[in-house]
Design a protein around this ligand. Structure first.
Ligand code: UDP
Length: 270
């Protein structure tokens, strides 16, 4: 079991990691995690992640889920506020082939990616069975509504209690949070890109009090049908990130984090 000091460098932290913003220990309890670049990543497949989410919904306390990809962990190393959120999250899923590779490298392999796109779909399926109240926040105006429509078609009875676009300044966070709180969601998906979405979730969690709040990046674009997932064979080769990067030049800026991630993982000594 790993215990993380919030803020201070982890033992063996690389020299370029200089942030010292957090002070006390984070207890990972019974979580089975692998440490990647100083962050805990849960060794879960999609079914275990869903079990964990269902438990969070049953327990009722506000919980935070991060879907961690390679670019996200690089960003977290450079942003102390984001780093602190990743370390304190209740579940950090392995959301990229780079993260799977890093886990294998330290002898703690994880079987498969657990992506935001998949979790949105599975939570909506569960919502249609158990009535979970789901709120979709983020993406350009109209996208969350289109995603809600598609998800309701796929999972009839899915209880999406609200949608809102993600283009507002950080000084409106509290206002937006109060709007969302009025819809009393059990599960809140925030699709505003990393680390903006995680910061929104963190600062508003005690206002919204969703039982699960999760950053899901471009997932609503995919569920709305605006952006297509890569063909199955590309997904099987774990190259969906490359496919999406080639189709969307904005994503290329994210792909550039991958060599940085590989280099840092190779040099990292826990
Ligand atoms: N987005 C948003 N508000 C912003 C900036 C971005 O809602 O201020 C949305 C954007 O429209 C897109 C998502 O955030 O739907 C980010 O998607 P991306 O695939 O870049 O996120 P990633 O999965 O790479 O973190």
């Amino acid at each position: 079991m790993i215990s993380y000091r919030r803020g201070g460098p982890l033992v063996g932290e690389p020299r370029w990691y200089t942030h010292r913003s957090m002070e006390t220990a984070v207890d990972l309890g019974t979580r089975d995690c692998v440490e990647i670049l100083g962050f805990p990543v849960d060794r879960v497949g999609v079914d275990e992640a869903m079990e964990r989410i269902a438990r969070f919904v049953r327990e009722g306390e506000p919980r935070v889920v991060v879907t961690a990809d390679a670019a996200g962990l690089v960003l977290a190393q450079e942003d102390p506020e984001f780093a602190s959120i990743v370390r304190q999250a209740d579940l950090v899923t392995p959301d990229s082939v780079g993260v799977l590779w890093a886990a294998r490298r330290v002898g703690k392999p994880i079987g498969h990616r657990v992506s935001g796109v998949d979790l949105v779909d599975l939570v909506c399926r569960r919502s249609s069975e158990e009535g979970w109240r789901v709120f979709l926040l983020g993406s350009a105006p109209g996208v969350a509504e289109m995603a809600a429509e598609q998800l309701r078609l796929r999972h009839p009875g899915c209880n999406i209690v609200g949608t809102r676009h993600g283009y507002f300044p950080a000084d409106s966070d509290e206002l937006v949070a109060r709007e969302i709180a009025a819809a009393r969601p059990d599960v809140l998906f925030v699709a505003m890109g990393m680390p903006r979405q995680e910061k929104f979730i963190w600062v508003t969690r005690s206002i919204i009090r969703a039982k699960v709040a999760m950053g899901v990046g471009g997932s609503l674009d995919v569920h709305s049908g605006r952006v297509r997932r890569a063909p199955r064979w590309v997904q099987r080769l774990c190259l969906e990130w490359l496919w999406r990067s080639l189709l969307n030049p904005k994503k290329l800026s994210k792909a550039k984090h991958l060599p940085v991630f590989l280099w840092r993982v190779l040099r990292y000594r826990p």
